[in-house]
Design a protein around this ligand. Structure first.
Ligand code: ADP
Ligand code: MG
Length: 347
């Protein structure tokens, strides 16, 4: 069986003055049918550019994207139309992607019209079904986008994407602009629809917490490259790249005693215009050595792939950050050690 999606070493470089903005700089991954692969990383690391390259909304500087085994840059006009139908996108801000002058029902029927699906009556019937599927009602069809809340607008965006029965849905930060309570509802809706229709998701987020309960696998991106890929449980249990560890450490822990032990990642994401040589992460990495400053690390490949010169010798996650334990936490730990020593002497 071929992969639904196979991305091999894609890059997008934007010429800029003397150099180039390397928005995406050698990204490879696969996506299977019915799978959710999350693409996670800080704002500006190249997630949306990757999404656009995968959908061929922009042309690549290098690399290959295969959808159902076919190179999407070499499709005949008919095959390209089928690809456009089969691979849909949901945006972070559905308000920006919905035409404000189009009633919601029309917005959902539009992609069916574009692809010549059904008669007008069939399209209307399907549109009403879709409204039901995403938790809206038939009377919503006559309203305009501005009459809806952010969460409802995202439901409209989902209905519109599903109208043409795609295999792949690229979700570009679909919940990042929503309140936390609404985020969970939209994520659950997407999961339900996936189970029902066997959809495959490339799900983009800047936060690991959002994808923990949603993704089968997670790819962590840093400055135009993927630094680590693993099954979700494996990535959370055994993060191997220092950047992944920093992202995990940034997730607020429900237990206050376990908060604040890890120094958050210092410094800003460097500019993709002239990225640092060697490992792109070395300017912010607590473990960086000479080799990291001069040589690109090669991804190990396999089910848990990591691109780090020191991945095999890094201490376990807890110990790895010992040097970053705050002074207050260190004092607390010292008091605890004293108290338990005193107890054992007394006992
Ligand atoms: P993300 O979605 O992860 O926030 P993007 O893919 O939108 O990141 O952008 C990655 C980098 O590429 C950013 O530094 C951005 O400024 C730059 N970039 C994106 N599009 C363009 C463009 N059309 N021209 C020049 N630079 C761009
Ligand atoms: Mg983006």
């Amino acid at each position: 069986m071929t992969h639904l999606l196979e991305v091999v070493d894609i890059a997008k470089h934007y010429p800029s003055g003397k150099g180039a903005v390397k928005a995406v700089d050698g990204v490879s991954f696969t996506l299977e049918r019915g799978e959710t692969l999350a693409l996670v990383g800080e704002s500006g690391c190249g997630k949306s550019t990757t999404a656009r390259l995968v959908l061929r909304l922009i042309e690549r500087s290098r690399g290959t994207v295969r959808f159902n085994g076919e190179d999407i840059t070499a499709l005949s006009p008919g095959a390209l139309r089928r690809f456009r139908r089969n691979a849909q996108i949901i945006f972070q801000d559905p308000y920006a992607s919905l035409n404000p002058r189009l009633r919601v029902g029309e917005a959902i029927m539009e992609p069916m019209e574009v692809h010549g699906i059904g008669t007008p009556a069939e399209r209307r019937k399907r549109m009403e079904e879709l409204l039901g599927l995403v938790g809206l009602a038939p009377y919503h069809a006559a309203r305009y986008p501005h009459e809806f809340s952010g969460g409802q607008r995202q439901r409209i965006g989902i209905a519109r994407a599903l109208a043409v029965q795609p295999e792949l849905v690229v979700c570009d930060e679909p919940v990042s602009a929503l309140d936390v309570s609404i985020q969970a509802q939209v994520v659950n809706l997407l999961k339900d629809l996936q189970a029902r229709f066997g959809l495959s998701f490339l799900f983009i987020a800047h936060d690991l917490a959002v994808v923990k309960h949603m993704a089968d696998r997670i790819a962590v991106m840093y400055l135009g490259r993927i630094v680590e890929v693993a099954q979700t449980n494996e990535l959370f249990a055994n993060p191997r790249h220092p950047y992944t560890r920093a992202l995990l450490a940034a997730i607020p822990h429900p237990d206050p005693a376990r908060r604040g032990h890890v120094k958050p990642l210092g410094g800003d994401l460097p500019s993709p215009l002239n990225p640092p040589p060697g490992c792109h992460f070395h300017t912010r990495c607590p473990f960086a050595t000479e080799i990291c400053r001069s040589q690109d690390p090669v991804a190990t490949g396999g089910a848990h792939s990591v691109a780090c010169h020191h991945a095999d010798t890094l201490p376990p996650m807890g110990a790895a950050y010992e040097g970053h334990i705050s002074e207050a936490a260190r004092r607390r730990l010292a008091r605890y050690a004293e108290a338990s020593a005193a107890r054992s002497l007394a006992g």
